[in-house]
Design a binder for this molecule. Structure first.
Ligand code: 0X9
Ligand code: ZN
Length: 325
């Protein structure tokens, strides 16, 4: 049966991850847990690369993650789709084959297992994790909890809010697990945090405007990627500076491009670890379709189309990443 005919539960995605490694043992390593959630669920990880060469030590890495926000089901399906395209394309398509010999893809298919499970059992539109805030409310917005310009000041920061940033920066086990795994992964040249919706490719920073030497390069790459997508697929994605959409503090891409990169450079004995291209990818539908909250509830019949839309973009981003020093 067709895996992409339906969305899948956390347990099924864990099963699929192990199964992918069993089906493609020469390409895939399944890491059952990089950390545990409040409710004790494991956060799994997949590593996909071709054997040989230098044994992988100097290999460049592309980091992809999905389901940081529980209700954004299409983000998980799309990551699974990309994984299947990678393993299925190896030895068949020259671009994929060439890429997998030089790049290791590091995939976190379910960043937020507790929240995601809750969207299956109780509330389809749940966004946060499931921290017990101790005041009758539950959940921290993981994409406000990263330790770069983390802030609990301002509107919408009370515990009941859908964008509650948590009691302190990196307070959440999910964010801690991802940070740790990321900092242990050398040579990351590109990172994509997959979300929905609105068809946007957002670049750092979300916290504010800064004169940053990397901004022009980020913009050029993102503009190129959305242009490719329009040409190849006719789907319109918009490239934007995240803060221009709205300001958000403590988001993942800001940590990767900001504090996380500084930490990596400080920790690393190896000089000159390059800053990765870091993007938030907001998948379909577009917000001008006036779907309101139903925008998060994309029918399963859209899974393949969205996967096909963004697959060339991810492929091209990885190739661009390879040209990073
Ligand atoms: O608000 C978010 O965390 C992301 N959008 S979502 O609808 N998936 O929740 C966007 C994060 C980065 N963008 C901005 N800073 N505007
Ligand atoms: Zn999101």
């Amino acid at each position: 049966d067709d895996w992409f005919a339906e969305y899948h539960t956390y347990d099924d995605i864990v099963w699929w991850s192990g199964d992918l490694a069993a089906r493609f043992p020469h390409l895939v390593r399944f890491v059952p847990s990089i950390g545990r959630t409040h409710e004790g669920r494991d956060i799994p990880m997949l590593r996909i690369t071709a054997p040989g060469g230098d044994g992988g030590k100097e290999r460049k890495r592309v980091w992809l993650q999905s389901l940081q926000h529980a209700r954004e089901w299409i983000s998980g399906s799309t990551l699974q789709y990309i994984a299947e395209k990678l393993v299925g394309g190896y030895g068949k398509h020259s671009r994929v084959t060439r890429l997998l010999k030089q790049v290791e893809f590091v995939l976190v298919p379910v960043v937020n297992p507790d929240g995601y499970t809750y969207t299956w059992t109780t509330d389809r539109l749940w966004r946060k994790n499931r921290r017990d805030n101790g005041d009758g409310t539950f959940g921290v917005d993981l994409n406000r909890n990263w330790p770069d310009h983390w802030s609990s000041k301002g509107l919408w920061t009370q515990s009941s809010s859908v964008i509650y940033p948590g009691p302190s920066a990196a307070s959440e086990p999910e964010v801690q697990a991802l940070m740790q795994a990321y900092l242990k992964t050398p040579n990351v040249v590109a990172v994509v945090d997959i979300h929905s919706y609105s068809q946007l490719l957002l670049r750092p920073f979300g916290w504010g405007r800064t004169l940053d030497a990397g901004e022009r390069q980020y913009r050029e790459v993102a503009d190129q990627l959305v242009k490719d997508l329009a040409l190849a697929r006719g789907s319109r994605y918009t490239s934007e500076h995240a803060v221009d959409l709205y300001q958000a503090k403590g988001i993942a891409i800001d940590w990767w491009a900001g504090a996380g990169q500084q930490k990596r450079q400080a920790d690393s004995a190896r000089a000159g670890s390059t800053r990765p291209y870091a993007f938030t990818l907001e998948l379909s539908p577009k917000d001008d379709e006036e779907l309101g909250d139903s925008g998060f509830v994309l029918p399963p019949s859209a899974i393949r189309k969205v996967g096909e839309d963004v697959w060339p973009m991810i492929l091209h981003l990885a190739e661009i990443g390879l040209t990073q020093p």
